[in-house]
Design a protein around this ligand. Structure first.
Ligand code: ARG
Length: 485
């Protein structure tokens, strides 16, 4: 009989089929929400006592039991049983074992629907702070590398063809700019995640004089979700989380791809430290960029989780449906994946060896100064299209004769445009780079400024993370102290 075995068994005459138990259970993955589930319950029962919905004595017994369960979980003494179905029912079952029928008062004015939405949001807010910190560290590692190589020029590319000289620091800072936006997206999401759904009940609200704002305050949340139906049924915060991580992974994947290319013999720009490369089981000479390849390849699963959850949500009628239980595994996996990658990235970046000479030679090869020569003509009064055409013919002739610009005398140059005989021409990659001193350009002075501006913003973000962590820790310490309810 389900009666005694399930907390919801009253109206059932038969136990559920064992395969249904297996299918229905979310405990194998939502046990990860245990701590947040208990903290949410502590806040809930504190409010129930304050509002006179349960007696202070019962609330104390419940809170005492919940704290004991949290210790069991943290000390890995807790008995997770698949038959409990999910983390919420596991905790409640254990509470009943510990304190008897009074445990049954905890779920007053609450449903698992608002409870799970709360747990997931509390978990995600921590996850966001951890990822934000990881992004800050990754960006700082890139800044360190850029700052240590401010004197290195390289070819910038379009279509993966050498295009114009740039500073390596400028190229690296492009990734810092992307990571700063990834960080800002998560910071913004934080405000939408950090709202309490508790009080929504199953979907319609609850017939008790609850104080929703008080519960939100106890949990250091920024307020409540206004609509009870929305609070239990939407998972847009989880979609945003996956979308933000997907965009971040798209950025990391592009960086990884460049590092893979640059470490090849074909490019020869960088070498990975031995600690961040692997060997081949058959080819003794190989040094493979596996870490960067996984950084690139693991984007696939994160994107997949986004599409997976979009698909689960699309077409679901309001309000709660069990389909929503499918919201967690992908989010957890995306978090675990990205969190690990963000920890591997900084030491990998910091230990890269940069082949300055090789980069410098490549920066001036393949006629990368052609645009600058055309621009020099323009400054002498030649219309840009005419200059472009003249330099184009010059390049074609050099290619045909196997020469570079540097090999040509003034008289030869004048055959392509008379002005080429008289004007000052850019000769080196540094001439090209120095000519671009404006905000956002690759000029060394402005690149230096951009690097320090990013550094300043990243330390601001660190403070933002610290403030939130301190507020959460203080709220949780209070809930876990014997002072409440
Ligand atoms: N394990 C469930 C989930 O993750 C908890 C909510 C269950 N609610 C319900 N009405 N069956 O979504």
């Amino acid at each position: 009989m389900n009666g005694p075995s399930k907390l919801w068994g009253g109206r059932f005459q038969k136990p559920t089929h064992e395969l249904v138990d297996q299918l229905n259970a979310s405990l194998p993955f939502d046990r990860r929400l245990a701590r947040h589930d208990i903290l949410g319950s502590l806040a809930h029962v504190t409010m129930l006592a304050r509002q006179g919905i349960v007696s202070r004595e019962d609330a104390r017994a419940i809170a005492h039991g919940l704290r004991a369960i949290l210790r069991e979980i943290e000390e890995e003494r807790f008995d997770f049983r698949l038959a409990d179905e999910d983390i919420h029912l596991s905790v409640e079952r254990r509470l009943r074992e510990l304190i008897g029928p009074t445990a049954g008062r905890l779920h007053t004015a609450r449903s698992r629907n608002d409870q799970v939405a709360l747990d997931f949001r509390l978990w995600m807010r921590d996850a966001i702070l951890e990822l934000a910190e990881g992004i800050v560290e990754a960006a700082q590692a890139l800044l360190d590398l850029a700052e240590a190589h401010q004197d290195v020029v390289m070819p910038g590319y379009t279509h993966l063809q050498r295009a114009q000289p740039v500073l390596l620091a400028h190229h690296l800072h492009a990734y810092v700019a992307m990571l700063e936006r990834d960080l800002a997206r998560l910071q913004e999401l934080y405000g939408r995640v950090n709202r309490s759904p508790l009080g929504a009940g199953a979907l319609a609200g609850v017939p008790y004089p609850i104080d929703r704002e008080f519960v939100a305050g106890l949990l250091a949340m920024d307020g409540i979700l206004e609509n009870s139906i929305d609070a239990v049924s939407d998972r847009d915060f989880a979609l945003e989380f996956l979308a933000d991580l997907s965009i971040l992974m798209a950025h990391l994947s592009r960086l990884a791809e460049e590092l893979v290319l640059w470490s090849s013999s074909e490019f020869g720009f960088i070498e990975f430290d031995d600690a961040f490369a692997t060997g081949s089981s058959i080819m003794p000479q190989k040094k493979n960029p596996d870490v960067a390849e996984l950084l690139r390849g693991k984007s696939g699963r994160v994107f997949g989780h986004l599409i997976g959850l979009l698909t689960v949500l699309k077409g679901l009628p309001l309000a709660y449906n069990k389909d929503l239980q499918e919201d967690k595994e992908g989010v957890f996996d995306a978090f675990d994946t990205v969190a690990l990658l963000l920890r591997v990235l900084p030491p990998m970046v910091r230990t890269l060896r940069i082949d300055r000479a090789h980069l410098a030679a490549a920066a001036e090869a393949s006629f990368t100064l052609a645009t600058d020569i055309a621009d020099a003509l323009v400054r002498a009064g030649v219309p840009f299209r005419e200059a472009h055409e003249a330099v184009g013919r010059l390049v074609a002739s050099c290619i045909a004769k196997g020469k570079t610009f540097a090999d040509l005398e003034r008289a030869e140059l004048a055959r392509f445009h008379p002005a080429l005989a008289t004007i000052e021409l850019p000769r080196t990659a540094w001439d090209a780079v120095r000519a671009r001193e404006h905000p956002g350009g690759t000029g060394p002075m402005h690149v230096g400024r951009a690097l320090s501006a990013s550094r300043g913003r990243l330390s601001g973000a660190r403070e933002w993370i610290g403030e939130r962590r301190r507020a959460i820790d203080a709220a949780f310490a209070r809930l876990l102290s014997e002072e409440l309810p």
